[in-house]
Design a protein around this ligand. Structure first.
Ligand code: FES
Length: 509
């Protein structure tokens, strides 16, 4: 299926950032703070903590940039579609104001870090727009501009929107930014590593144990351990969380294509209010110009024809933005908080020294930065003015927030959404190269994948997080869990948590 699509199936940022070469953790080390996950939240926290005088060790399961941050659009902005009217309606203006202040401060923090650390990441200051194409949505962007301006944010309504197709108007935030997401992470990692702090790659954490009075917390990988006073878990969905905070989140998958664009590029970053939602920006990478078009989102685990979604995005880009065919295409999976506010703080009310940053609601470059600064303040003994609003131990509502991105309530208990097919061997043998299916073998759901050489790879289909049945994702050739978003390679290796253990191999009859 994927073969018929234009472009490479990889993030533009991942494909063009160059490589890193941090070592694998091998042995036992001690640090003041261990950070799990080298995305924007983890590395920003690590750098802020290092600047506060802490010795920090960062552990990433793979190579830096290959996780969620490396699959963003690269927008750095406090304007999050219609977030301020939604948050003010739901929580009142003070909480909406705090959310805005945190994100606006994050834009400034990122600009500061880029300058101070000399990070070459194509950082550009731009205006960001939420645009309307109909009367109904025009009224909504006018409201958003009014609400955001009253909250003290750099917002204004404008009918002058620099897009190459007609729109009715937009709310504009000035002095926002965009960057090359993976080059930014590489720069952060360089700033963290050294002078008593370390970065490790390909060092998947397999367990985390909280500290007790008089004993450090322990983070364990396959080949080593880190003992630390505090642990920051910044892994999109919290690693090792047996469900307490995962219950306040649902997972949402979305898609991006990057298409070569004519020389005259867009000035600004954009998102539509009208459906289907489209997120747009231009980027110059290595001398080539691209337009990125994102959208086509859906709750993770819901059947989605990824190929059709990529085709619709590529067609929009060609027809309305004048680009060529897609050069790159990728998808990502974000954690969405049910009440619309990020989740930052202790991993659970009873946790002593384990801290999480999650629920970044698709605006992870700024919400992740804000979350990191909250934890850096907390762990350095400073008051943070946003901490109470993002508090991870708050009570979450029972259903989805009235957000711009609908999704199902997070499952309370593992569900078994589909019955495995009965005739295992027949179904498995009928698989063509690159296809996968869940079948029942000796009464156990088994995930079977046919390799290019026609061999069958069989692993348990029971997610090692909380026991849901994984589903085959044909576009990425992965086993994805519909419950909390864990993803596994076809040989069962964990690609993305919260699952920490691989799917075990299973013999086929
Ligand atoms: Fe939670 Fe699979 S059961 S991610």
């Amino acid at each position: 299926m994927a073969d018929h699509l234009d472009g490479r199936q990889t993030s533009l940022w991942v494909a063009t950032a160059g490589t890193t070469g941090y070592p694998v953790l091998d042995g036992d080390l001690e640090a003041d703070v261990a950070v799990v996950g080298a995305g924007v939240a983890g590395l920003t926290a690590a750098l802020a903590l290092k600047r506060d005088g802490h010795a920090v060790i960062v552990l990433d399961a793979a190579r830096i940039g290959t996780g969620v941050t490396g699959h963003t659009t690269g927008k750095v902005t406090a304007l999050h579609r219609l977030a301020y009217t939604e948050l003010a309606d739901r929580h009142g203006p003070e909480i909406a104001r705090t959310y805005g202040q945190a994100n606006q401060a994050a834009v400034g923090h990122i600009a500061g870090v880029v300058a101070e650390e000399g990070i070459d990441c194509d950082f550009r200051t731009v205006s960001n727009y939420t645009y309307a194409e109909s009367d109904d949505t025009l009224a909504r962007v006018r409201d958003e501009a009014d609400v955001a301006a009253r909250l003290g944010l750099p917002a204004a309504f404008t009918s002058d929107v620099p897009l190459p197709f007609a729109v009715r108007g937009a709310v504009r935030f000035e002095d926002q930014a965009q960057l090359h997401a993976v080059k930014y992470l590489h720069g952060l990692a360089r700033a963290v590593d050294g002078s008593g702090s370390r970065v490790f790659e390909d060092s998947r954490v397999i367990s985390v144990r909280d500290g007790r009075p008089g004993s450090a917390a322990t983070v364990r990988t396959a080949r080593g351990t880190v003992r630390a006073r505090e642990v920051v878990i910044a892994t999109n969905v919290p690693f090792g969380d047996a469900g307490s905070s995962a219950r306040g989140l649902f997972l949402h998958r979305s898609y991006i294509v990057a298409s070569p664009s004519p020389a005259e590029r867009l000035h600004g970053t954009f998102i539509s209010v009208d459906e289907p939602m489209r997120s747009i920006l231009a980027a110059d990478v290595g001398g080539d110009s691209y337009v990125l078009t994102g959208g086509e989102g859906h709750p993770a685990g819901e059947a989605g024809d990824a190929a059709a979604r990529y085709r619709r995005l590529a067609a929009f880009s060609r027809e309305r933005l004048g680009t060529g065919d897609a050069g790159f295409r990728w998808s990502t999976q974000d954690s969405m908080p049910l009440d619309g506010l990020p989740v930052v703080g202790r991993m659970s009310p009873g946790a002593g020294h384990l801290h999480i940053i999650t629920g970044l609601r698709k605006w992870g470059l700024t919400n992740g930065t804000a979350g990191a600064l909250i934890l850096a303040d907390t762990l350095s003994g400073r008051h943070n003015p946003w901490a109470a609003v993002f508090d991870s131990t708050r009570t979450m509502p029972a259903g989805p927030a009235g957000s711009t991105r609908p999704g199902p309530a997070a499952p309370e208990e593992p569900e078994q959404p589909e019955q495995p097919q009965a005739n295992a061997r027949e179904t498995a043998d009928a698989l063509r190269p690159g296809e996968g299916a869940v079948v029942e073998v000796d009464g156990r759901p088994t995930a079977v994948f046919a390799t290019e050489t026609g061999d069958l790879l069989a692993v348990s289909a029971i997610c090692t997080h909380l026991g849901c049945t994984v589903e085959f994702n044909p576009d990425d050739a992965t086993w994805d869990c519909p419950c909390h978003g864990s993803r596994f390679a076809v040989d069962g290796t964990v690609i993305q948590g919260p699952a920490a253990e691989d799917l075990p191999r299973r013999p086929l009859p």
